[in-house]
Design a binder for this molecule. Sequence first.
Ligand SMILES: Cc1ncc(COP(=O)(O)O)c(C=O)c1O
Length: 375
Amino acid sequence: MERIYFDNAATTALAPEVFEAMKPYFMEKFGNPSSIHSYGREVRLAIENARKSVASIISARPSDIIFTSGGTESTNTALHAAVEGLGCKTIITSPIEHHATLHTADYLQNSGKATVRYVRLDNHGSIDLNDLEKLLQESTGRCVVTLMHGNNETGFVTDIEVVGLLCERYNAVFHSDIVQTLAHYPVDVRKLRTHFLSATCHKFHGPKGTGLLYADHNLKMEPFIHGGGQERNMRAGTENIYGIIGFAKALELAVAERERTVAQISQLRNHFANRLRHEFPDITFNTPLEQESLINILSIGFPKTEHSEMLLFNLDIHNICVSGGSACSSGAQTGSHVIQALHPGSDQVTVRFSFSRYNTIEEADRTIEVLKSIL
Ligand SMILES: Cc1ncc(COP(=O)(O)O)c(C=O)c1O
């Protein structure tokens, strides 16, 4: 039986159009972009065109775009730059951020360079703005605020424009992880008032191992990786040419098809959510469907029973690929830090279903039948 891939928040399949765009850079156009001869120049031109394309999509300047190895490196770079280069003494974040953020913040705190404070959230993940303002007021020295746009486990979406305004008022540096939302929401850096944004293209049918750091080019930041002068001295190392070409192509496609994709996936998610609600009245929705949430994520809490405990494993046996919380905690039910922060003490069995434009209603229906047979 065909496998069903409902784990698109972990990663997505490469789009054939993206692969086609990348192909020439594996074989014929293999030059090092720093070489001054024609092999180098043709690749340099392609990279700079990719940079311009990505910059114009998010209304940034090409010089604000730094290509990295992924969302994790982008976030590490931004937080290190804020603390070590921009003099931030306090990191304000939330307990439901990705580990790329939380573990970097912990590292900076443990090395004595900054203090980490956590903003209060309600049980959907909505930020208490009064508490954020209080933390900004109480902090001595400059703060860096790092809060994600779309949560990768629950799909909850934060209004980062409002957060940006508050940060501006307190002269705080603002970084946001937009890894899960870049493909689904229009991004305009002029409105967001962020200093840094982290993204990665394997969440929207681009290749793995290529990320984006938007960093306002007026910031006097230090590089995170030292060496050659690539990426305007901000990220040393010969560029991942095919990855960068793939990033730009995947983003161009996502933007061109955004409306259609959002409509298609929303329909699929609503259908699936309605059927789940009907067939399994005891479940809880960790994704707040009545609020702003990512259309491709549906996180469900199943009551713990002898049948539900092995749910992920049994779905896999039936060729249905989903995850527990984030991809990092899939397989065994090790418990997700996000669900624990939002619903302390809960012993629900969490399953995150996440969709892409390659999924169908038939796949959703087959998954319901399999869930019925397991539960
Ligand atoms: C919200 C979020 N931030 C950061 C990352 C890390 O990105 P990458 O895998 O490109 O390092 C992921 C996914 O893996 C994510 O979902």
